[in-house]
Design a protein around this ligand. Structure first.
Ligand SMILES: [Zn+2]
Length: 469
């Protein structure tokens, strides 16, 4: 009797020990082993195993230390580079309900190009975007979408679907409706809105604690815009204005109608002054205002009159209906005077120098492609890689260009707790590259694998996401 009591006790003890022990070795959904993990903050590359559960990075461990850890799936990515998935920080889903299906197709194309997050800078397809966000959250393949919803502009705005602000009351209505839509930031446009209402919209946005980005009507100064609380400036026209000695004269000319936007351009460019520019850069930096240079689209549109895009392979992914939206800009380029074409190209060169200056001054830059309907030959997916290359050509290091995508992107949208690096607790939106992007930025295109929502897409499954029309 006594022996059996002891052995029973021993058995229970062993069982308890075993039970405790198994509790201490949890199982993971996925272990990526022997990855060359690129730290987006320091630029260091360390060989590590990355342990993932429920789409979140749980742990990083030295290789060899995970041999006994259980995992549903274990993938060796030895020799390959692991980075946070790319962010395209300026895209557009738009073109009316006829183009919803085409826009939907871009989701797969983004992912196939390693882009796990896009920032939609305004359009007319917000209801569709809301649907896609739900689908993607529930596991369908596609990037995380942050959206501004419709843009804010003045009466009879250029872009369909924009909210029209023509009085102080309209500002409240517009911001209320954007909040009801659950937008991630407020995007302001400059085709018709008055300078006064533009600045007041920025102030009200700030008071509500919302993030703002925008163009800027030339009827206000950059200083007024920064003071009103803008968080990011899309494109470089407006930064150029703030760097010009003749900014006030131009602003006056625009206000009293003696000068137009495109007439103002050469004047602003010619009166660029280093000391004025430096003051502007310091101001942008001190206020944490990001700048989105959109260089690749700038160059593409500046050379529409010369370049032949008819054999671009990406056209196979686009419907005829969508390609038609490219024609407006093409016609304008072809109908422009010789002088206007020259000016446009000179301005494009100037913008590359301005980007170099902004970068040297330490102003935060965001990599965004401006892809979407109407923006001729700026292709959703590859154009972000073109933008990264353009940033490097302006003097950013490869690391800094990568930071402009997946590191600054989350910071601008206040999502840095979840995104921006490969670290414990961050979302496991990842891309695996066969070659080192820190040595050559073109290596961002050498995509072996994308991990999104806990799902692994190898080259074959990425290929399946994209189907030519
Ligand atoms: Zn845009």
């Amino acid at each position: 009797m006594r022996t059996s009591f002891i052995s029973r006790g021993l058995f229970i003890l062993i069982f308890v020990f075993w039970a405790c022990n198994t509790e201490k070795t949890p199982s993971y959904d996925l272990i990526l082993s022997d990855a060359r993990v690129v730290d987006l903050e320091s630029g260091q590359v360390k060989i590590q195993d990355v342990l993932i559960t429920r789409g979140i990075i749980q742990k990083l461990l030295p290789p060899g230390e995970t041999a006994k850890i259980q995992a549903t799936e274990r993938l060796s990515v030895e020799g390959a580079y692991l980075l946070p998935g790319f962010w395209d920080n300026h895209v557009h889903f738009r073109g009316g309900t006829d183009l919803v299906d085409q826009n939907r197709k871009f989701l797969g194309l983004f992912l196939a190009h390693g882009i796990t997050t896009v920032r939609d800078a305004g359009g007319d397809l917000t209801p569709a975007i809301k649907e896609w966000q739900k689908e993607i959250a529930s596991g369908k393949p596609g990037p995380t979408i942050y959206t501004s919803g419709p843009k804010i502009d003045g009466p009879n705005p250029t872009w369909a679907g924009s909210l029209e602000v023509n009085s102080p009351e309209d500002i409240k209505l517009a911001l209320d409706s954007l909040q009801t839509l659950g937008i991630d930031f407020v995007k302001l446009y400059d085709s018709r809105i008055s300078g006064e209402l533009y600045l007041e919209t920025l102030r009200q946005t700030d008071i509500l604690g919302l993030i703002s980005s925008g163009h800027m009507p030339f009827s206000v100064t950059l200083e007024e815009t920064v003071s009103a609380g803008i968080d990011a400036i899309e494109h470089l026209y407006y930064v150029m204005k703030g760097c010009a000695d003749e900014e006030l004269q131009v602003t006056q000319g625009i206000r009293n109608g003696t000068m137009g936007f495109w007439q103002a351009m050469p004047r602003l460019q010619q009166s660029y002054t280093d000391s004025t520019a430096q003051k502007t850069f310091d101001r942008l930096k001190a206020n944490n205002v990001y700048v989105v240079p959109t260089l690749h689209i700038g160059r593409t549109l500046s050379y529409l009159d010369e370049a032949d895009h008819s054999t671009d392979p990406y056209l196979d992914y686009l419907s005829q209906e969508f390609i038609k939206t490219y024609q407006g800009r093409i016609n304008r380029a072809l109908n422009a005077s010789e002088q206007a074409r020259k000016d446009r190209k000179a301005l494009d060169d100037f913008f590359r120098e301005l980007t170099a200056q902004l970068h040297q001054a330490g102003v935060g830059l965001l990599a965004g492609s401006d892809c979407g309907a109407y923006n001729s030959y700026i292709y959703p997916g590859p154009s972000l890689h073109d933008e990264l290359e353009a940033l490097v050509s302006c003097g950013l290091s490869e690391l800094e260009a990568l930071q402009a995508s997946a590191y600054h992107g989350p910071r601008f949208l206040k999502k840095e707790m979840d995104y921006g690096n490969i670290a414990e607790g961050k979302v496991a939106d990842l891309v695996v590259l066969s070659e080192n992007p820190l040595e050559d930025i073109r290596n961002t295109r050498k995509i072996e694998m994308v991990i999104k929502n806990g799902e692994v897409f190898d080259r074959e499954s990425l290929q399946n996401l994209i189907k030519p029309n």
